[in-house]
Ligand binder design. Structure first.
Ligand code: EPZ
Length: 429
C-alpha cells in the first residue's frame, strides 16, 4: 500500500490550482442516468471515487468517453467527460460496488424516476458514523415509490412513474436533497422540498438539471420547488471548484506560514471557513485568480468552532482545522455535530505531539509550540489530509500510511504541495 513521506518545516509559497469538486462531480455523473442524451461534464477531477463511479454507471449502461486534451489546454484544468445513458441495461446496483462508495447509492433516484424500478444495495457502515439512508428512502416514498428492504437491498418500484409531493427533511441531508431533486425532476406534478440542504454542490446539481430541461427553483435555499417534466435532454456543465480542497490548502498555508494563491477558488463557497482561518491568524484576500492566503510572522490563534450544514462551518474541514490549531497560542474547542464518529484523527495527531482531549462531541485542543514527525495511519478521507497538514509543520519526518484514503478526494496532492516548496513524496509498496 502506498505511503507518503513528509519532511516538515518548509513554508508554502506559490500557486495551487483548485480542482473541480468531488462532491458535485459524483451527483452530476449520476444525473446522466436521467436522460438518453449525452451529458458533458467539464472540470472533472481525477479521483479514485470518480473512476469507481465510472465503472458503476457503466454497469447500468452508461457509455463514457473522456475527451482528449488539446496541447494548448491548461494542464491543471480538469477533464471533460461525456456520459451517455442512451439505454439503461440494468437497474441493479450491487453490494460490492455501493459498499465501496456510499454516494453511488444515489443512483436509486434516476433509475426509479426513468425506469420505474431500482434495486440498490444499502451502503453499509462508514468510519465516520452510522450514516443511515432512511431519509433518502422517505423522500422517494413521498414521491409515490413502493420501497422494500430485501437481503440488504433497497427494492423500489414506481410502475406508473413518480408523482410530485411534499418532502420535509427532519434534518438537513445533502444526499437526501440530491436524491429528491433527481427523482422529482421527472415526477408528474410539483414537489416541494422543505429543510433542503443549501450546500453549493446542491445548487450546482440543480443548475445542471435545469440545463437538461428540469424546472427547479430555490436551490441554495432551504425550500426548493420542482415542477416535474416528462423528459430531460443532454447538456454541458462545468463542475464548480472544490471548496473543501480550497479550505484544506488554505489551512496548510496557515499552518506552515507562507503566501499562496489558490487558483480558481471561489470565496463565496466557504465564507465561514475563511473567517475562521482569518481568526486563526492568516490573511485571506480575494483576487482575480482566486483566493490568496498568507501567514507571515504572526502565530496561530486558538478558535471556537462548531460544524454545521452550509453556510455553517463544514464538517469536511473539521479535521484539517484541528490539525491547524494543534500549534495555536492557547486552547481551542471544536464541536462536531454532523457525524457521530468523526474524531479518528485525534489519536494520530497525538502521535505527532498534539494535546487533544475529547468530551462527547467536543474536542479541546491545547496548542503546543512544536510537533515532531512520526509514523501515522490514515482512517478516512479528511482525517488523512489533516495528518498531512500537521506533518508539513512537524519537525523531521512523518510517514502517512494507507494514503488510498487521500486519493479518493485530493487530486495531485503531492505535486501541488511540492510546487509550493513542501518536501513530500509518495512511496509505492
Ligand atoms: C455528503 O454526505 C458529503 N458526501 C459528505 O462528504 C459530507 O460530509 C456530508 O454531505 C455533509 O456535508 C458527498 O457529497 C459524496 P448527509 P451525505 O446526508 O449526503 C444523517 C467527504 O469527506 N442522515 O448530509 O451522506 C447522516 O448520518 C464526505 O467528502 C440520516 O440520518 O451526508 C449525518 O449525520 C464525507 N439519514 C447527517 O444526516 C439519512 O437518510 C448529514 O448527512 C441521511 C443522512
Amino acid at each position: 500500500m502506498d505511503r507518503i513521506r513528509i519532511v516538515g518545516g518548509h513554508r508554502l509559497n506559490g500557486t495551487i490550482p483548485i480542482s473541480g469538486a468531488k462532491n458535485a462531480t459524483l451527483p452530476l455523473m449520476i444525473a446522466s442516468l436521467l436522460t438518453d442524451e449525452p451529458l458533458i461534464l467539464e472540470n472533472v477531477p481525477r479521483l479514485a471515487d470518480v473512476i469507481l463511479l465510472q465503472r458503476i454507471l457503466g454497469n447500468h449502461g452508461v457509455d463514457l468517453m473522456i475527451a482528449g486534451k488539446r496541447a494548448d489546454t491548461d494542464p491543471n484544468s480538469g477533464r471533460t467527460i461525456h456520459l451517455s445513458a442512451k439505454q439503461i441495461v440494468d437497474t441493479t446496483a450491487p453490494y460490492d460496488m455501493v459498499s465501496r462508495m456510499r454516494a453511488s447509492f444515489w443512483v436509486v433516484a434516476p433509475l426509479l424516476a426513468r425506469m420505474g424500478e431500482a434495486k440498490v444495495s444499502l451502503p453499509g457502515g462508514c468510519a465516520i458514523g452510522t450514516r443511515p439512508v432512511d431519509l433518502l428512502i422517505m423522500a422517494l416514498e413521498k414521491l409515490g415509490a413502493d420501497i422494500e428492504i430485501e437481503s440488504g437491498y433497497v427494492v423500489a418500484q414506481a410502475k406508473r412513474g413518480l408523482r410530485g409531493g411534499r418532502i420535509e427533511f427532519p434534518k438537513v441531508t445533502v444526499g437526501g436533497t440530491h436524491v429528491a431533486l433527481m427523482a422529482a425532476a421527472l415526477a408528474r406534478g410539483t414537489t416541494e422540498i422543505e429543510n433542503a440542504a443549501r450546500e453549493p454542490e446542491v445548487s450546482d446539481v440543480a443548475d445542471c438539471l435545469n440545463k437538461m430541461g428540469a424546472k427547479i427553483s430555490g436551490a441554495g435555499t432551504s425550500r426548493i420547488v420542482v415542477e416535474g417534466v416528462e423528459k430531460l435532454h443532454g447538456a454541458t456543465h462545468s463542475v464548480l471548484p472544490d471548496r473543501i480542497e480550497t479550505g484544506t490548502y488554505a489551512m496548510a498555508v496557515a499552518m506552515t506560514g507562507g503566501d499562496v494563491v489558490l487558483q480558481n477558488a471561489r470565496p463565496e463557497l466557504l465564507m465561514t471557513a475563511l473567517d475562521v482561518i482569518r481568526k486563526a491568524g492568516a490573511t485571506v484576500t480575494s483576487t482575480n485568480e482566486g483566493i490568496r492566503i498568507a501567514r507571515n510572522g504572526s502565530g496561530i490563534e486558538p478558535v471556537e468552532v462548531t460544524t454545521e450544514p452550509f453556510p455553517g462551518f463544514p464538517t469536511d474541514l473539521q479535521a484539517q482545522l484541528m490539525a491547524l490549531v494543534t500549534r495555536a497560542k492557547g486552547t481551542s474547542h471544536i464541536t462536531e455535530t454532523i457525524f457521530e464518529n468523526r474524531f479518528m484523527h485525534v489519536q494520530e495527531l497525538a502521535r505527532l505531539g498534539a494535546r487533544i482531549r475529547l468530551y462527547g462531541d467536543t474536542a479541546t485542543i491545547e496548542g503546543v509550540s512544536r510537533l515532531r514527525g512520526a509514523p501515522v495511519m490514515a482512517t478516512d478521507l479528511r482525517a488523512s489530509v489533516s495528518l498531512v497538514i500537521a506533518a508539513l509543520a512537524a519537525e523531521g519526518e512523518t510517514m502517512v500510511n494507507r494514503v488510498y484514503h487521500l486519493d479518493r478526494g485530493f487530486e495531485k496532492l503531492e505535486a501541488k504541495l511540492n510546487a509550493c516548496g513542501a518536501q513530500i513524496e509518495r512511496l509505492s509498496a
